[in-house]
Design a protein around this ligand. Sequence first.
Ligand code: ATP
Ligand code: MG
Ligand code: MG
Ligand code: MG
Length: 561
Amino acid sequence: MRVSQFFLSTLKEAPAEAELASHRLMLRAGLIRRLGSGLYNWMPLGLRVLRKVEAIVREEMNKAGALELLMPAVTPAELWQETGRWEVFGPQMLKIKDRHERDFCFGPTHEEVITDIARKEIRSYKQLPLNFYQIQTKFRDEIRPRFGVMRAREFVMKDAYSFHTDKASLEQTYEVMYQTYSNIFTRLGLQFRAVRADTGAIGGTGSHEFHVLADSGEDAIAFCPDSDYAANVELAEALAPTTPRAEPAQAMQKVHTPGAKTIEQLCDFLKVTPQQTLKALAVMHNDAFSLLLLRGDHELNEIKLQKILDPFRFATPEEIERHMGGKAGYIGPVGVSVNIIADRAVTAMSDFVCGANDEGYHLAGVNFGRDLPLPTQVADIRNAVAGDPSPDGKGALEICRGIEVGHIFQLGNKYSQAMEATYLDENGQHQVMEMGCYGIGVSRIVGAAIEQGNDDRGIIFPEAIAPFQVAIAAIGFDRSETVREAAVKLHDELQNAGFDVLLDDRGERPGVMFADLELIGIPHRITIGERGLKEGQVEYQARKGGEMQTVALAEVQNFLK
Ligand code: ATP
Ligand code: MG
Ligand code: MG
Ligand code: MG
């Protein structure tokens, strides 16, 4: 490919709202352009990267025996009503009506649709196990889309769903998927870690998340370098920040807050300012932390606090209020209370306030763990700080941050039961299928890779997903016949040898070419100039650093291999 025939649109500066390095660089390099909140155009350069990620995911899934299919992005409400998720999903689900006023949603995930396929198509135990997957566009109306494609509203996911006669078969496929995910992230050239994830209200026996390690990651991970123990501690951390681990400034107090129906009114009573400190809001239901959508509706307790806290982390009280339909001050029946949780980064647990399980009262100065029970699922690592003994007793814990790029789940029969997905066993009896599901954030990976690979000059792509592997910077392309000939010849040779090569034929000054080629993260650069060519030589520079090297023109191909 030649730059003159391609479309490079690099920027000197990124828009101010881009907070993360990856987001800034994706905009500056012209990989993506913003269309609206959480909506991005993938420009030709960015799409090359996305497609390479997809290809690796697809190859490894195929290798693992999974079968690709494609389901509609728009899905009928009836399916979601069968499992109750039409309500449970809440405002994350984009609901749509067709011309006949029938309800649909733009699928945020596809368990219901695939289970519908399974119950209609799978008859006998002889057909099982089966693992179907697709690579497809999802829509989740995230309350706070941010970080570009990393938390977008429309994004590309690889989602797989497996069907089994029994738990043993499910566990086997789960193992295969675990290994497949490890292969995928290794091939992608990412530093990652698989961590135990909370199965929460979905239940099931096992769940792991795969995290790309990066300081900017939204999740905290506790791991033991001396064993394979690793767990997502975000939930624990959100509720019991590890630093400072201070005693509360004040003891827990019950404060009379008569008639407080809004955050503002509550803050008034509790003498805290929403504008400065109140960033998150969740509901505590006994010791299982779940979001009840502030409707006092116990049926809705499946959405984990973990998932809810995050979008609220940077939300303003007004946004929370709007999201909650003006019911932010709702105080539910006994056991349900409203917590207003300050930004965990700046405020110790002791500054939190929460409802007091009594209509008209709230608590101030609460220290979870001391004053209220912590969620049981995370009890083992709830206060983990670096250096603490690992729960498996095999060493000390370390804490790092990660970006969730994959999530695998043993679902059990949650969906198959609700939707009556059964098969006939050896005795001709109907049995409910066991299910697993396995997601990868294909488009998020592009951001995560850049978060892990960048410097002050731009992106440093891993070889496997760089938009081009090799760049040829031809100095004087516009004026020197020698340079032109050598550059085009080298370009054609490399391309024929199977390299993805980009020839900068713009005739720009070296500084301009280098800046662009470095910004867009091409791993290898060959510089061709008249002076070097006189000796039959070109210069080689690796994007990830190291000295510039002189290489014989005739040897370039071997050198790159
Ligand atoms: P998160 O905790 O980041 O909100 P999730 O747990 O809600 O993610 P899953 O339901 O597990 O996401 O979906 C599978 C994968 O899809 C995730 O591991 C993640 O990589 C990706 N993903 C989820 N939400 C988004 C999003 N808003 N933008 C981009 N990728 C996403
Ligand atoms: Mg998650
Ligand atoms: Mg989510
Ligand atoms: Mg997940």
